[in-house]
Write a new protein. Structure first.
Length: 574
């Protein structure tokens, strides 16, 4: 309880101390990163560099609980009763003030006023799993600052895109409407939300906002910063606060999938501060993270480490449902670990498990004489590996006929072991080598024509991506093939990639135990976006590895999905 002597005019109560002690007693489960920050804050309460004055914090807590109401089901219209962790965060952010001596020592200059102690924290980063009430908390803080903060303040609801920034802004607007239904104190229009008495205002700032520079921002909520590839929005906010004595900037987010983006850089810096590798007394790290992935699967109680509102806002059964899905779907697992447990996810992990790839079943193409097929090509760069594929069906099983193409110069550039491997594939008839530096795409056309002439395979459609050579597509169409373009984007690749994964797990894809197919599948990772859409990428750190065979498999599935009914009817007739 050291440091409580610094707390004036609130009967000695500290939500921060209560939260810290509840964690120490084991009543609340927290991860080591949060505990580290709380321990440091408790020590700082008795540091002469700071004065711990909770009046500003408790004023805001009281305003939220008295005047802010929930706007969404199932709590619509009910008072916003803050949880202990929320009160502790607000108290920590607003209560630490620089003492005159502390300000002088840290900044090397005299404070602007000895009468007014300036707030210590300028920035807070709250990393918290989805569905823990962060958007509602953001909105309540914005409305509270509008009504209780300094007059003439400009407050922004910001995010990477306009729709996300609008979520917080509209939540503030709905709270304002319940607080001031007759617009006696406040007003809202397309430009923002305004306090009619003290002239403060709230407005949105996103990637669509023009003239991000030159503003005069006092406070900002940055929501879902994990989607930001760069710091353009954050930097413009930071620069606009340069003339302010007590600027505030709260970054509230979950983990995401953008590698080396803005959030990665912020967390790298923040964690260095936590580790005492960098001195920065102005940033508050409030990180709800797990201590290991294993505990997610083994210890249900540990879920609270990344979900502080578990059981009150977020339901345990929701996480249980997500875990069941994640056990059978790689994309669901990646998404869940990121969004429900704040594990940073990238494309470092392979898409498929080794057991998913093993299928030693083989077939004889002659068994499919006169059958209908779907084709696929991935020509990629003319100086690299190219893949062509025919997909046949019998019952629920897809049978893959594949062939690969590579220029001689590519083989010559490989290591001795890889060169021997490619030469072996060529001798086995799995690979055709073009002399020179480029693939001869006429050989790809000839391979499809050969399947038609020698095995009387009837191609329904052949999928290709936009990188395929224009002359190749024209040549294929002149040979009578019906071509379908398939862009390698999330929207077109996600559904077929998920179906390929499911069919591989169920042994419903017979790829004739082709070693190049197997290698391509092993090299494939998945990239994922916030819509839970996926697309194939190379496993991180293996840029020289090939995934072309996996891509053509997915392209073939895209064509199949788009034409399922008609194609299956043809298969039955065949």
């Amino acid at each position: 309880m050291s440091g409580l002597k610094n707390i004036p005019n609130n009967n000695g109560r500290s939500y921060l101390v209560e939260y810290h002690e509840a964690i120490k007693r084991g009543e609340i489960i927290a991860g080591h990163e949060l505990i580290k920050q709380l321990d440091m804050l408790i020590e700082d309460m008795s540091d002469p560099a700071f004065v711990y004055d909770t009046r500003d914090a408790h004023l805001r807590i009281d305003f939220i609980e008295r005047f802010c109401k929930h706007t969404k089901s199932p709590f619509h219209g009910k008072p916003f009763l803050l949880e202990l962790w929320e009160k502790a965060f607000i108290e920590a952010f607003y209560s630490f003030k620089w003492s005159v001596e502390g300000f002088r020592e840290y900044y090397g200059e005299e404070p602007p006023s000895a009468k007014k102690l300036l707030r210590r924290f300028k920035k807070a980063i709250m990393l918290i799993a989805r569905k823990n009430g962060k958007s509602t908390l953001c909105a309540a803080l914005c409305l509270t600052e509008l009504m209780c903060g300094n007059g003439g303040s400009d407050i922004v609801c910001s995010s990477n895109d306009d729709s996300q920034a609008s979520i917080i802004f509209e939540e503030v607007a709905n709270m304002r409407e319940q607080f001031d239904p007759k617009d006696k104190r406040t007003h809202k229009n397309l430009k923002g939300i305004f306090n009619l008495k003290n002239k403060s205002k709230i407005f949105k700032l996103s990637d669509r906002t023009r003239n991000k520079e030159g503003r005069n921002i006092d406070g900002a909520i940055l929501d879902e910063s994990h989607e930001m590839k760069d710091n353009v929005i954050a930097k413009s906010i930071d620069q606009s606060q340069s003339t302010k004595e007590e600027p505030w900037f709260i970054n509230i987010t979950t983990e995401g999938f953008v590698n080396d983006g803005y959030l990665d850089q912020e967390l790298k810096y923040g964690r260095a501060v936590l580790a005492n590798e960098i001195e920065d007394k102005t940033i508050l790290l409030w990180l709800y993270t797990q201590d290991s992935e294993a505990e997610v699967w083994q210890d249900e109680k540990s879920w609270m480490k990344s979900n502080p509102s578990l059981g009150t806002i977020k339901k345990p059964k929701y996480i249980k449902d997500q875990i069941r899905k994640a056990q059978h779907d790689k994309a669901e697992r990646v998404f869940m670990l990121s969004k429900d447990f704040n594990f940073k996810q990238n494309n470092a992990a392979a898409w498929l498990m080794p057991e998913d790839l093993i299928n030693e079943a083989k077939f004889d193409l002659e068994e499919f004489r006169d059958s209908f097929a779907i084709g696929a090509v991935d020509l990629s760069k003319s100086g690299d590996l190219a893949s062509a594929r025919a997909m046949l069906m019998r019952g629920n099983v897809k049978y893959m006929v594949q062939h690969y193409f590579v220029p001689r110069s590519k083989i010559d550039s490989l290591s001795m072991a890889e060169r021997d491997q490619y030469e072996g594939w060529a001798r086995d008839g799995l690979l055709t080598v073009s002399e020179g530096n480029e693939n001869d795409f006429r050989l790809v056309t000839a391979w499809f024509v050969k399947l038609v002439k020698e095995h009387r395979i009837k191609f329904y459609r052949i999928g290709y991506d936009k990188w395929s050579a224009v002359y190749f597509v024209k040549e294929m169409e002149e040979c009578g093939f019906d071509m379908q373009r398939v862009d390698q984007k999330f929207g077109s690749m996600s559904e077929p990639m998920k179906l390929v994964e499911a069919d591989l797990k169920s042994k419903l894809i017979n790829y004739n135990n082709n070693p190049i197919d197997r290698l391509c599948l092993e090299n494939t990772a998945l990239n994922i976006n916030n819509k839970l859409e996926i697309m194939p990428v190379k496993v991180q750190g293996k840029d020289d590895r090939k995934i072309d065979g996996a891509v053509t498999m997915i392209i073939a599935y895209r064509v199949y999905i788009d034409n399922r009914s008609e194609f299956l009817e043809l298969v039955k007739r065949g």
